[in-house]
Design a protein around this ligand. Structure first.
Ligand code: GAR
Length: 191
């Protein structure tokens, strides 16, 4: 059984979608959800779905190696960032080479970097009158949104769309593709 660990900072609708997708499979499961935000809805969602939900603070992530220690014990085949807003520490990335991936709600390299997340991205897309946007799934390195791109999918932006409309279409793309991309990576690369 392949093991997936999700990191998320907020609502966690992607995390829920991924947990449910793999709950129907026999060869992979989400074992833990980690959040840097104790009040994040994602922790309640994970708990409700029977997945271990853990909160961690800055010190245990960046200084004391406590998060790394838990990850080493849990032995994930894939670490999935789904709306996770802190930069990932290099020592964790190095310990899980090619196993840490992120989803970004735009067509990178456009609209990436520090401060470019969630609704900020969709507002910038609307303000710049883009005709399309989309999602990017990429490997994580120690810079925001810069790791090698694995997968992209696009969706049109219609005239008059609000950032909320764009967010809704982007979320639909995320729900459709993210679990399948994770599955393909888990079973195409011999881990
Ligand atoms: C998703 O749209 C994800 O792409 C984005 O946050 C949202 C989380 O939604 N991630 C980033 O912006 C990271 N730079 P969710 O909590 O409902 O899954």
């Amino acid at each position: 059984m392949k093991r997936i660990i999700i990191f998320a900072s907020g609502s966690g609708s992607n995390a829920e979608n991924i947990i449910k997708y793999f709950a129907k499979k026999k060869n992979a499961e989400v074992t833990h959800v980690f959040s840097n935000n104790q009040r994040a809805k994602v922790l309640q969602r994970a708990h409700r779905l029977g997945v271990k939900a853990l909160h961690f603070d800055r010190d245990s992530f960046y200084n004391s190696n406590e998060v790394l220690r838990i990850l080493n014990d849990a032995k994930p085949d894939m670490i999935v960032l789904a709306g996770f807003l802190w930069i990932f520490p290099k020592n964790i990335i190095d310990a899980f080479t090619n196993k840490v991936i992120n989803i970004h709600p735009a067509l990178l390299p456009k609209y990436g970097g520090k401060g470019m997340y969630g609704s900020h991205v969709h507002k910038a897309v609307v303000d710049n009158k883009e005709q399309e946007t989309g999602i990017t799934i990429h490997y994580v390195n120690e810079f925001y949104d810069e790791g090698a791109i694995i997968f992209q999918a696009t969706t049109p932006v219609q005239e008059g769309d609000t950032p909320e409309d764009v967010a809704m279409s982007v979320h639909q793309l995320e729900y459709k593709h993210f679990p399948e991309v994770i599955e393909n990576l888990l079973f195409s690369v011999e881990a």
